[in-house]
Design a protein around this ligand. Sequence first.
Ligand code: ATP
Length: 379
Amino acid sequence: MAQSKYLNSLEPWQDPKAQPYVSIKSLAKTFGGRVAVNEVSLSIYKGELFSLLGRSGCGKTTLLRMLAGFETPSSGKVFIDGMDMTDTPAYKRPVSMVFQSYALFPHMTVEQNIAFGLIQDGMSKSEIRDRVDAYLELVQMSGYERRKPDQLSGGERQRVALARSLVKQPKLVLLDEPLAALDKKLRERTQLELVNIQEKVGVTFIMVSHDQEEAMTMSSRIGLMNEGRILQVGAPTEIYEYPNSKYVANFIGSVNLFDGIIIEEEPDHVIVKSTSMEKNLYVSHSASVPVGAQISVAIRPEKVILTDSKPKGEYNWTSGVVKDIVYLGDVSIYHVKLRSGMIIFATVANLVRAAERPVQWEDEVFLYWKPENGIILTI
Ligand code: ATP
């Protein structure tokens, strides 16, 4: 996960004095009676790389297109840098868009593609040359000036498309799944390159993605969408460690969910009885719900510790039989079936080679986790 660039200063979204750069107010879009974007309100700050993340059809592209001015909102407002842009046509917004399909002109060279918008603006030839050179260097494509798009790899084409969108020095860059056409390895490398370029130019990026790993790697914050609504907004670690619902917990990474009832509720802990486990669950933080409430306790697989000896404590452990071991190189994911039938996932680092690992299929094992690793979810 990328380190926060705001390490030495207050993150703008936590600073009550900071003014949002992009302000989306109760924005909605309906297509023929079907709601695509449902009353979305969001504040995005200067220099952020903000990702709209969600499943196909959740409304993220429609929201991005309304920011670009390609789609007219059914209701609500869009402000950019304090200016109401809701009725401003796309070409008059200080916004540039990068598409999944690059949208480069095939008959033009790299240089001509990047210079296109500057020529239209009537910039002088020498200024254009300097600007194009600077942005080619920024995206590490110097030397490729004379090539046509079909003589470039997918990653190179996307870098040219990025240079073309940055060369006019927009205030805001909107990226619609910009890396989706690249293969996995190249995509991972390009993610970091894109973050580096964004940090160098300091422009605000809003990106649409359906790939949670990509959003986690690249973003300052993520807005997780479902059915036209934003379910949670937060930094990647915040969304991962403190999801606000079962939907979010399941969408970001994998999770073990124990449905249960609160049987003790104190300011510093709650105790939960779950039919999935013989032992009760102890979570060392308060829940804003009373005794008797139906809730779920979420435990991430990497927080589950697998052992062959019986844990000592009264809470947070169980036993089961190993039904599957998914070997992923650096880690293995153990699928352990409890007596209740529930399968628990436990991620174990492969510190020894596979042949030397003691736990195997059909072994009876114990699983436990620390009280601070449970998250109470009420929805
Ligand atoms: P994907 O990841 O597949 O691009 P998305 O989250 O970006 O999905 P949108 O493209 O915003 O989703 O679409 C949201 C909903 O609105 C979908 O149900 C889609 O079918 C519908 N929709 C989008 N554009 C139109 C349109 N021009 N006319 C009618 N319905 C549309």
